[in-house]
Design a protein around this ligand. Structure first.
Ligand SMILES: Cc1ncc(COP(=O)(O)O)c(C=O)c1O
Length: 390
């Protein structure tokens, strides 16, 4: 683990009251309750992002904006520098949100009643828009053995040939798997035999444990598969700026890119949010040190809190995820109903597993991107509630 002095963590230790900010994560909760749900951090953004926004705000005219080449060059230079992943600037397409881009793909680029496949458990807002666009969804389940989550390759092999779209999430939310070269090669081989579009949602790719790597599916795709491949990237999770709505689709094939641009226009996407572009450029060009410090803080949180949340709720040995700041915890030590009672009694709000598919009702997802004192309070309250229920 990276060694960081206490001073570096000072800003991250600070608990920020987010009530009164129209927060989706906090606003509806009673005053003393603690939210460990929505995938965003309880940390203030890097100073460079705040300066970029303050400068833009100070102009006082919040008008329509346009995407210029500096967005694509900030994006490509980040991924080359940070991950050793090169893609051409011409392949970058600005989209505000990945959920919206997914809806656009389903509504404007797939046949009616299209067959869409993704792995379960799956991030629900994405699958909700897929279903609402009239697609038929099949979700083969990942399975857990030997301390980790696995892709059900055999099931995928039988259903992919019939699919119109395959959605991968890498790193995976909620299991936190960052897929290996071997897994991605195997997946690419299967996808090469199908003819479906492929959307790799890599929004969590910067949030890695020390020593882990993000490998994009694009690296293992052959030339034919690359003509059908879209990779979704964003500074929103990495730099805690999801509310600013700046993301990028990486689309190496020019024909597919043209179809995407057509679809975006048909869906009414043009002119990003006034603050989106300056914030994204600041994030990708000036905030690497902030991210390093924040990742080290999250690593510490994982080491400190995964075993404790696990000991309270889980029957499986709690394993620190490869990536994301999310801990996917089974509740079979207590039972799902008692676990829910504990959270309710403690006033602690994780994300409930059934939101990721009904078969996952025995899981909770805890968001550990928060000051240690907040996590400690949440955990102590859960521990005290378990004692009371005994
Ligand atoms: C896997 C995944 N994709 C997409 C999103 C949301 O992306 P956006 O806010 O850009 O729609 C999330 C947010 O938690 C997520 O976990």
């Amino acid at each position: 683990m990276m060694r960081i002095t206490r001073g570096d963590f000072e800003d991250l230790h600070r608990v920020i009251n987010r009530r009164g900010t129209w927060s989706a994560k906090w606003e509806t909760l009673p005053p003393e309750h603690i939210s460990l749900s929505v995938a965003e951090m309880e940390f203030a953004c890097a100073p460079a992002i705040r300066v970029a926004i303050e400068k833009a705000a100070a102009r006082g005219i919040y008008s329509y904006t346009e995407v210029f080449p500096d967005f694509a060059s900030a994006c490509t230079s980040w991924f080359a520098r940070r991950h050793g992943t090169e893609f051409g600037e011409e392949s970058v397409v600005f989209v505000p949100r990945i959920v919206e881009a997914t809806a656009m793909i389903c509504a404007h680029m797939l046949p009616a009643g299209a067959k869409v496949i993704t792995l379960s458990p799956a991030y629900d807002p994405i699958m909700e828009v897929v279903r609402r666009c009239g697609c038929q969804v099949t979700e083969p389940s990942m399975f857990y053995t030997e301390g980790t989550w696995h892709i059900p390759f055999d099931e995928l092999a039988t259903i992919l040939p019939d699919a119109d779209l395959f959605i991968l999430t890498n790193p995976h939310n909620p299991t936190g798997r960052a897929f290996t070269q071997e897994e991605l090669e195997r997946l690419s081989e299967l996808l090469a035999k199908s003819s479906c579009l492929v959307l790799s949602d890599d929004i969590h790719c910067d949030i890695l444990r020390a020593g882990r790597r993000w490998l994009p599916l694009a690296r293992y795709a052959d030339a034919k598969l690359r003509t059908r491949l879209i990779t979704a990237l964003s500074p929103s999770k990495s730099f805690n700026m999801a509310g600013l709505e700046a993301s990028a689709l990486i689309v190496p094939d020019h024909r597919l890119r043209a179809r995407i641009r057509e679809g975006l226009r048909a869906a009414g996407f043009h002119n990003p949010n006034y603050f989106a572009i300056p914030a994204a450029i600041a994030a990708w060009t000036q905030c690497e040190e902030w991210l390093n410090t924040t990742l080290a803080y999250i690593d510490n949180n994982m080491e400190a809190f995964v075993p404790r949340f696990g000991a309270l709720f889980a029957r499986e040995k709690a394993v620190i995820p490869d990536a994301t700041y999310l801990f996917w915890c089974d509740t079979r030590r207590l039972g799902a109903a008692t676990a829910a009672e504990v959270c309710a009694g403690a006033g602690v709000h994780p994300s409930y597993g059934k939101g990721f598919g009904p078969e996952w009702h025995e899981y909770l997802r805890f968001n550990l991107a928060a000051p240690q004192s907040l996590l400690d309070t949440a955990l102590q309250r859960c521990e005290a509630t378990v004692q009371k229920l005994r």
